[in-house]
Design a protein around this ligand. Structure first.
Ligand code: GLC
Length: 426
């Protein structure tokens, strides 16, 4: 009976993935996001692998085919023309053979590729495909530390909220005060045609997203200049944890495949990042906080970005404290893990990254907790995720209080994560 329901849920998730499949890449959802997104694709590959391993490798290879010569992997690849999304290629003007955006996204590829390899039924195929991706992912990691950690502090900064993947988090509010809006070219948003404006970022935030974009464009998208020239430079613990986990996973995979140079370089990136991460710990909140690199201060904002570090090999007492924080939050939210602490007056149950639950984040948190031996909290998170699907379908994100589905529907990475929660072995 139970396994019948499981099989049916997996079949429905596969249906979503197939609907959004464009042959060699998958769009996040129709209308709202009609191109290829960086971390969406890497996490989606895990879901694809359950029914087509070759197709899963292709998903990541397609993304890396559009890596920049300096090593950056852009956050969007505009494979086709489609005016249902703004800002499109005519705004970014990055001057690439295939149009891309000019900023990046969380570096989850190293983790995804290792997981694909470890689970592969066809080991020869996996070794061949992984070997070709290794130097590309390594170049991306090198790019991060060279361009986003120019003072060699061990942690990288994001220079645009969209890079974090948590677009309108409360974490960015204070730093955003420093971002001007003068000179922003007139524009028409498209996202609000596809999703309820009350569930999306505000106009004031969009103005600043676009100011930063225009500022970087005026600097010719030269990454050697952008970090220091950006008024927005935030060290996000979640973003760094994903990069650290990917570096550690890439190191292990490279070792297995006999690529010792890549293994050593990534092992030391991961170690350095882990010790630098301590600087971001908050005893008050029982989790990590963002660091505003422009002011040198921690950001007073308890978001899921500070819980995500359990995805990397942080010290066990930190993991235990974060597990307790999650359980405390679970006492107030029907579904976990909300993207922001409910005790914060700025918490908003429906507005994108200011409160709602996102399954990709749940997946990474549960994965880290399970690996560190916190099986009960991990199980609680997977169960909450599956309850949301059962109650509300494959939405982009969910209200942690009511479970209401929010944002785009028939969402690719949500479907991929459901398959992972139901089938993936940890
Ligand atoms: C939104 C999300 C981002 C995601 C993208 C495509 O911008 O904030 O994390 O990658 O949509 O799904």
């Amino acid at each position: 009976m139970i396994s019948l329901a499981v099989n049916e849920t997996i079949a429905r998730a596969v249906e979503v993935l197939r609907e959004n499949d464009h042959g060699d890449y998958t769009i996040p959802t129709k209308g709202l996001y009609p191109f290829q997104w960086n971390w969406d694709s890497c996490l989606t590959a895990l879901g694809l692998a359950h029914y087509d391993e070759a197709r899963a490798w292709t998903e990541i290879e397609t993304l890396f085919a559009h890596q920049w010569p300096d090593g950056m992997v852009p956050h969007i690849v505009f494979h086709v023309l489609n005016d249902s999304y703004f800002p499109g290629p005519e705004v970014w003007r990055t001057n690439r053979p295939t149009a891309t955006s000019g900023i990046t996204q969380p570096a989850v590829a190293g983790f995804a590729v290792r997981r694909l390899f470890d689970r592969a039924k066809d080991k020869n195929l996996a070794a061949e495909r992984a070997r070709a991706l290794l130097p590309k992912i390594d170049a991306w990691h090198r790019w991060f530390y060279e361009n986003r950690d120019p003072r060699d502090e061990g942690l990288v900064a994001i220079i645009h909220p969209w890079e974090s993947g948590r677009d309108n988090s409360i974490d960015w509010d204070d730093a955003f005060e420093r971002v001007p809006t003068e000179g922003v070219e007139p524009y028409t948003r498209r996202d609000t045609l596809h999703a309820d404006p009350a569930h999306r970022p505000t106009k004031a935030q969009y103005d600043r997203y676009l100011w930063l974009l225009q500022h970087f464009r005026a600097l010719g998208w030269d990454n050697a200049k952008l970090h220091d020239a950006s008024p927005f430079r935030i060290v996000d613990p979640g973003f760094n944890a994903i990069l650290i986990r990917s570096a550690a996973d890439l190191a292990d995979l490279a070792k297995t495949l006999g690529e010792m140079g890549i293994a050593d370089a990534n092992r030391s990136r991961a170690q350095k990042g882990l010790s630098a991460m301590e600087r971001l710990w908050s005893d008050t909140y029982g989790q990590y906080l963002c660091l505003d690199r422009a002011t040198g201060t921690l950001v007073d904002s308890a978001s899921v970005g500070g819980i995500l570090p359990v995805f990397s090999a942080i010290p066990k007492p930190r993991i235990a404290a974060i597990a307790a924080t999650i359980e405390r939050i679970a006492g107030k939210a029907r579904y976990i893990v909300p993207s922001h602490d409910l005790d914060d007056p700025r918490f908003d149950a429906k507005r994108y990254w200011r409160g709602p639950v996102w399954l990709v984040v749940n997946y990474m948190i549960a994965d880290g907790l399970a690996a560190a031996g916190f099986a009960d909290v991990a199980r609680h998170i997977s169960q909450s995720s599956l309850d949301l699907i059962a109650d509300s379908g494959f939405a982009e994100y969910y209200d942690p209080l009511s479970g209401e589905p929010l944002g785009g529907g028939r969402f690719t990475w949500t479907a991929a994560m459901v398959i992972e929660f139901l089938k993936g072995e940890r």
